[in-house]
Write a protein that binds this ligand. Structure first.
Ligand code: AMP
Length: 194
């Protein structure tokens, strides 16, 4: 199972990626987490990424693509994965197609988690109080929402054209949302095997 979760910042895709990965026994790959680990370790990648992350901008495609290419080459990705936060631009969609296509694979399903902007801001400000993430401030959150609308929202149409995109309501308990995601995945897989 090669699955992508997309959703605006605060939509809960990180939580759902971890739940789903456990259920399917495949790794959850969060580009945001990988970048944050590199920032914490002050690696060259982290130093490059940090200035974009702190401003709420996307890290340039060539940097992100190279990092993901490495990660997907690891043994644990052989049977599948849940991607959380990649691809996020149409150029990254092309890159992921190329990475998977080289092994004769493709993405099986894309689930978009939908939550309205007011709730998202509330959730992110609560997360800011709990976790203290540098990019969870009102100004940076607004920029991240704008960048998401401009650069990532178009991915929905690109994947819908392939028949592998489903939209789920992201409001509710993690279990409720997880149930909806499982239903959406089921529907995509059934439609593909029909
Ligand atoms: P996230 O934890 O998914 O909200 O990601 C945090 C930050 O990491 C984003 O605001 C971007 O600066 C950076 N980032 C994560 N994934 C990507 C990606 N696929 N492309 C570019 N930048 C990314």
């Amino acid at each position: 199972m090669r699955i992508l979760l997309i959703g605006a910042p605060g939509s809960g895709k990180g939580t759902q990626a971890v739940l789903l990965a456990r259920l399917l026994d495949v790794p959850a790959i969060s580009t945001g987490d990988i970048f944050r680990a590199n920032v914490a370790d002050r690696t060259p990648l982290g130093v490059t990424a940090q200035k974009y992350m702190d401003a709420g901008e996307y890290v340039p495609d060539e940097v992100t693509n190279a990092m993901v290419r490495d990660r997907l080459a690891a043994d644990d990705c052989g049977t599948g994965f849940i991607l959380d936060g990649y691809p996020r631009t149409l150029a990254q969609v092309d890159e992921l197609d190329a990475i998977l296509g080289a092994d004769g694979c493709r993405l099986d399903a894309v689930v978009e988690i939908e939550v309205d902007d007011h709730q998202l801001l509330d959730r992110l400000l609560r997360r800011a109080a709990m976790q203290g993430r540098a990019d969870d401030t009102v100004d940076v959150i607004r920029r991240r929402q704008q960048v998401y609308r401009e650069q990532t929202a178009p991915l929905a149409d690109a994947y819908a054209a392939r028949g592998i995109h489903r939209l789920v309501d992201g409001v509710g308990s993690p279990e409720d949302v997880g149930g909806r995601i499982a239903g959406a995945l089921d529907a995509v897989l059934r439609s593909r095997s029909a």
